[in-house]
Design a protein around this ligand. Structure first.
Ligand SMILES: NC(=O)c1ccc[n+]([C@@H]2O[C@H](COP(=O)([O-])OP(=O)(O)OC[C@H]3O[C@@H](n4cnc5c(N)ncnc54)[C@H](O)[C@@H]3O)[C@@H](O)[C@H]2O)c1
Length: 322
């Protein structure tokens, strides 16, 4: 029996793939644009199936032909492209998830973990955000993710499909190329580590809840492994770096490791508009902790910076930085 990771050569999916291969799992990586560099070192131990979540027979076939017992459903259009093309986002994120759930139902897959997002809470959500906080997204990305959380619940109750999901805050790690509102957290470490200057596009006081990419992969995995009877809340917040750190605090942490880091600030008015409406302070993950023992390994910003720099040094090719 094998485990399927959709979006399996992406930023979090590939990290999860490395983790599963290390413990000897058979894995299938389904991805519309496979990134073979990300799976450097495990290429011969993972089967890559190029395919599109939108295309129903491709999803059906990958599940039917590979004896799949469980699915980590991470394949998705991310937030910025989703707002640029909400119609494509609906097809990939919503219809694609329906395809995954249906294939799982038809071919008797036991369990699915779905990657959701703090974006399901929507702008205007402030303070401490728990699993009971009302979710009222206004973006296509947030609406699609929330619908899929609920669709998974429906499959759970109606068809007894063991669906669970983890909601990530901003995920920080090496090799992310696309600009989005919180990418400054990753670039502020990555650019100095590569000897490049970084002009930060938010103010020094800006902060956002974040999780290190290794913890994001680990959260999906631990959620998957939790026994069925432990899963009560079904859709879980998972937090990482706590408390959320300001851009200035991150800069100071980076300078402990790279004293000559060249970091300046030129806030982008459009991005700062987002942060005026986004006032999430604490991403409360007590349900994940209580029900399946979630605990992030990287809560300290210095540890994140140190490991991030080390990852780039060890695997520049994997992160497209060679
Ligand atoms: N990175 C973050 O900050 C963040 C935050 C919250 C939630 N998430 C969620 O975590 C999951 C993984 O995100 P990531 O950061 O690794 O992003 P990523 O873009 O690196 O990975 C997503 C993968 O999905 C693949 N994909 C896209 N469209 C597809 C399609 N139509 N068919 C098949 N594969 C397709 C991409 O090629 C990519 O490899 C996503 O579901 C995302 O929404 C990410």
């Amino acid at each position: 029996m094998a485990k399927l990771i959709t979006g399996g050569t992406g930023f979090i999916g590939a990290e999860l793939a490395h983790r599963l291969v290390e413990r000897g799992e058979d894995i299938i990586l389904f991805d519309v644009a496979p990134n073979y560099e990300r799976i450097e070192g495990i290429k011969d131990k993972a089967k890559v199936v190029p395919g599109d979540l939108k295309v129903w027979p491709e999803v059906l076939n990958v599940v039917k032909e590979n004896n799949i017992e469980g699915i980590y459903h991470l394949g998705s259009m991310l937030s910025v492209p989703s707002e640029a093309n909400p119609w494509a986002s609906f097809q990939i994120n919503v219809v694609g998830t329906m395809h995954v759930l249906e294939a799982a139902r038809l071919f008797g897959v036991d369990r699915i973990v779905f990657a959701s997002s703090a974006a399901t809470y929507g702008l205007g959500t402030s303070g401490v955000v728990t699993d009971e906080t009302i979710q009222r997204p206004t973006t296509m990305y947030g609406c699609g993710k929330l619908y899929c959380e609920l669709l998974g619940r429906f499959y759970r109750t109606r068809f007894d499909l063991d669906f669970r999901s983890v909601r990530y805050p901003s995920v920080v790690g090496p090799g992310s190329k696309t600009k989005h509102v919180s990418i400054y957290n990753a670039w502020m470490i990555e650019k100095p580590a590569l000897g490049e200057p970084f002009q930060c596009f938010v103010t020094e006081e800006t902060k956002i809840p974040a999780i290190y990419f290794k913890d994001a992969a680990r959260a999906a995995d631990l959620c998957y492994q939790a026994p069925k009877e432990k899963i009560q809340t079904v859709n879980y917040n998972v937090s990482g770096i706590a408390p959320a750190r300001t851009a200035k605090e991150l800069e100071l942490a980076v300078k402990k490791f790279i004293p000559d880091a060249r970091i300046t600030y030129e806030p982008d008015p459009e991005v700062m508009e987002f942060y005026r409406a986004f006032r999430m302070e604490v991403f409360d993950d007590s349900k994940a902790r209580e029900e399946w023992g979630w605990e992030p390994r990287y809560t300290d910003i210095d540890e994140v910076v140190a490991d991030f720099i080390e990852e780039i040094r060890l695997h520049p090719k994997r992160y497209g930085l060679a």
